[in-house]
Write a protein that binds this ligand. Structure first.
Ligand code: ATR
Length: 300
């Protein structure tokens, strides 16, 4: 399709008057969200549409998006990906408490009165995928090690703290970011998040019940995560939120020594559920068939 086609006009034409949502980003071509929501639309025979909307990272472009969602009767909302998750916030009518705490919005839901509410479903997606991937894991079992302190880590740390994890060891290459995150998420109880040095990451695994990689290390095109797992108990679960490839070097090494492994695809699929349910009014679950369809779409 020619680059001169107005993406809003194209989305409206694709929707053909049906309720619709879209993934909004810049760029947005690589997003797998249309595959995962498209699967549910088809599975439940819902007469709706989920498209893509490229929106430039400029305030007027985001204002145009918000105005479009408000004035288009069949627009139900959108998902947001890089680089809009933070910049969209002041333009929405309401930010729910979870998204405000995380400081980012990945889902916008149009309310019956036409106003726009921002939510963040990443923490939900993270915990749901953990529940299915490691059914025996309980927050109270023991310390959790989280590698990374970026956008994804903020949602994950909030979810783990809320789930009741007794001790969360947070390690990031830039230690200051980890300290700031720890202070922000456990006010009055700073001891629950222990910030260790990145160089001490192998030792931090001692006695852990769960290890989570939220960094981009191990992702296709990125360097591998260099981590010696010898201190990690074999009963610990290992969760890598990277999903390209599905089996990262970390997961391959953990699997080889007997740890239960959770890849990043489950989180991607589960984080889509609350948005879908709000836009299209149908409860959805993540199935093996959907996982297979989205994995094929990803080429993994
Ligand atoms: P996301 O939204 O996916 O979390 P992000 O906010 O850019 O992405 O965060 C990327 C994370 O990967 C950060 O924790 C980053 O560490 P820094 O805060 O030090 O940048 C981490 N990361 C990226 N490249 C890394 C590398 N080569 N070594 C260690 N950590 C790295």
């Amino acid at each position: 399709m020619s680059a001169s086609v107005d993406p809003y006009a194209r989305l409206v034409a694709e929707a053909r008057g049906r309720p619709f949502a879209a993934i909004v980003g810049w760029p947005v071509d690589h997003s797998r969200s249309p595959a995962l929501h498209g699967f549910w639309l088809k599975q439940h025979r819902i007469d709706g549409h989920y498209g893509r909307l490229p929106v430039e990272p400029k305030r007027p472009a985001l204002e145009e998006l918000v105005a479009f969602l408000r004035r288009t009767p069949n627009a139900r909302g959108c998902n947001l990906t890089l680089p809009h998750k933070i910049e969209i916030m002041p333009l929405l009518d309401r930010i729910d408490s979870g998204a405000r705490r995380i400081g980012a919005v990945n889902t916008v839901v149009k309310q019956p009165d036409g106003s726009l509410e921002g939510r963040n479903t990443d923490g939900f997606g993270f915990l749901e995928a953990l529940k299915y991937g490691a059914p025996a894991w309980r927050a109270a079992t023991g310390p959790v090690v989280v590698l990374g302190a970026g956008g994804a880590a903020r949602a994950i740390v909030a979810a783990l703290v809320d789930a009741g994890v007794p001790e969360l060891r947070l390690l990031n290459r830039t230690q200051k970011t980890a300290i700031d995150l720890g202070v922000a998420f456990t006010p009055g109880d700073e001891r629950r998040i222990v910030v260790d040095r990145w160089d001490d990451r192998a030792r931090a695994l001692s006695g852990a019940a769960l290890l989570v990689n939220t960094t981009s290390l191990g992702m296709k095109g990125q360097p591998p995560l260099d981590l010696d797992l010898s201190h990690l108990p074999r009963g610990a679960a290992v969760y890598d939120i990277v999903y390209v490839p599905l089996e990262t070097g970390l997961l391959a090494a953990a699997r080889a020594r007997g740890n239960r492994c959770i890849d990043g695809l489950g989180m991607l699929l589960h984080q889509g559920r609350p948005g879908f349910e709000a836009w299209f009014g149908t409860k959805v679950t993540v199935s093996v068939a959907q996982r297979r369809a989205v994995a094929a779409d990803l080429g993994v």
